[in-house]
Design a protein around this ligand. Structure first.
Ligand SMILES: *Cc1c(COP(=O)(O)O)cnc(C)c1O
Length: 424
């Protein structure tokens, strides 16, 4: 193994550091494997109970009427998420699309939407109309309020309860912190938020943006009362194999509206050919608990290694995980560059490319991104990115295997070492 890693040019001191760190993480990793084992069994049981067979993988074209494999996949998702229905489609192009669909389908003119955990993910600002956009919810007469988190990053349940009014139709709860610096919510915390909402208004809909959170814990937001749980198939639940897609798991009433919005009133879930992607969606879902475990291990390893080198990690290495995102405060533009070069150099695809910062719509500073993925933009695959500004936080996520995540982190340290940006 040492010979293999020196083939990559990794300094032997980095291997020693990695071994030391890993010996301290063994018990932790065992716990992550236990979670993956339990979630893998949950997925397998759902596939067995819904009688998945080879016919499920047959592609359909045109309208996609009677696509039994598509319908069965939705039953499998509904079984795993313990919901009465699910919409799992390649026609849902990404996570933002799935969230926009869930919101647009279940909010009517005059309704009020509340975000229970402060500002939502960047791309939702235009969906909601916080930043004006054609076709935003605001344009269709849906009003918006947000309840900010308390200074310690926990939900302000008192303020949320008083914010809910007769007009409030839907409360959105974002599980992962995304690219903000607040803590990610645990499923238990999400349950408390939902209980608080329903105590004030039993018929208010609670939607959870579950992006980056699937299979990190033993339960999902739908297990603690969410009416809709929403995410992207090129993140956790696609297991790295899904080439496209989004999902919404929830109550039959909510899902039916989502399906009417996705296709057309009256058509709903009956249409939507799955072409040739179903095998990848099934197989990716089958692998997802194991893939997510690798990504979580990679995040913890990165946090521990960089803490050992004197950097601040968020969440800190010792903290329990509720999503797969890891931030490391690198403190300088040179370090951001070197870190991303290391992640890129360890990628299975585009390893010869050197990432450079460039302008991005919606960002004030240039953004740097390292990704060498089989599926374009897939962030369950190992990737790193961040805006080139103080405090020079790099966001690291994914890794289809723990070994790849480990190699990527070691390569990032190697690049810092070569440039004299870190001392060992
Ligand atoms: C990724 C993400 C989204 C949006 O997903 P896209 O697939 O990039 O459109 C929404 N919310 C959170 C928390 C995310 O991490």
């Amino acid at each position: 193994m040492k010979a293999q890693y020196s083939e990559f040019g990794i300094d032997s001191r980095i291997l020693v550091l990695s071994d030391e760190i890993l010996s301290g993480l063994r018990a932790r990793f065992d716990g992550i494997d236990d979670t993956a084992e339990s979630n893998a069994a949950k997925v397998l049981a759902a596939m067995r109970d819904n009688r998945v067979d080879a016919e499920c993988f047959a592609g359909t074209t045109g309208y996609g009427y009677n696509d039994a494999g598509r319908d069965t996949l939705e039953k499998v998702y509904a079984s795993v998420f313990h919901t009465s229905a699910a919409l799992v489609r390649p026609q849902i192009t990404c996570g933002t699309h799935a969230l926009a669909l869930a919101l647009g389908a279940n909010l009517r003119p005059g309704d009020e939407l509340i975000s229970a955990v402060g500002a939502p993910y960047d791309t939702l600002e235009e969906v909601i109309g916080i930043r004006p956009s054609p076709c935003s919810l605001a344009e269709y007469g849906v009003t918006y309020k947000q309840v900010d988190l308390l200074p310690d990053g926990t939900p302000d349940l008192q303020a949320l309860k008083s914010a809910i009014s007769a007009k409030t139709r839907l409360v959105t709860i974002q599980r992962s912190r995304g690219y903000s610096q607040r803590p990610t919510l645990s499923v238990a915390q999400i349950g408390e938020i939902i209980a608080a909402c329903k105590a004030v208004k039993p018929d208010v809909l609670c939607m959870v943006d579950n992006c980056y959170g699937e299979f990190v814990e033993l339960t999902e937001p739908s297990d603690v009362g969410a009416d809709m749980t929403v995410g992207s198939l090129i993140k956790n639940p696609g297991g790295g194999l899904a080439p496209i897609g989004g999902y919404i798991c929830g109550t039959r009433e909510c899902i039916e509206r989502c399906a009417y919005r996705l296709s057309a009133p009256g058509l709903g879930q009956e249409v939507g050919a799955s072409l040739g992607v179903k095998t990848s969606l099934y197989q990716g879902f089958f692998l997802a608990p194991t893939v997510v475990a690798g990504a979580v291990k990679g995040a913890i390893f990165a946090a521990a290694a960089y803490e050992a080198l004197g950097f601040r990690a968020f969440p800190p290495a010792a903290q329990e995980r509720h999503d797969i995102i890891q931030t490391i405060e690198l403190g300088s533009a040179e370090r951001m560059l070197a870190f991303c070069e290391g992640i890129q150099a360890a990628a299975p695809v585009d390893s010869y490319v050197r990432p450079v910062p460039s302008p991005m719509p919606g960002y004030e500073s240039d953004v740097i991104m390292a990704a060498g993925a089989f599926v374009q933009g897939s962030s369950i695959e190992l990737s790193a990115d961040g805006p080139m500004c103080e405090p020079y936080n790099v966001f690291l996520q994914g890794g289809l295997t723990w070994f790849h995540a480990k190699l990527g982190v070691m390569m990032s340290i190697q690049k810092l070492l070569e440039k004299g940006l870190v001392t060992l």
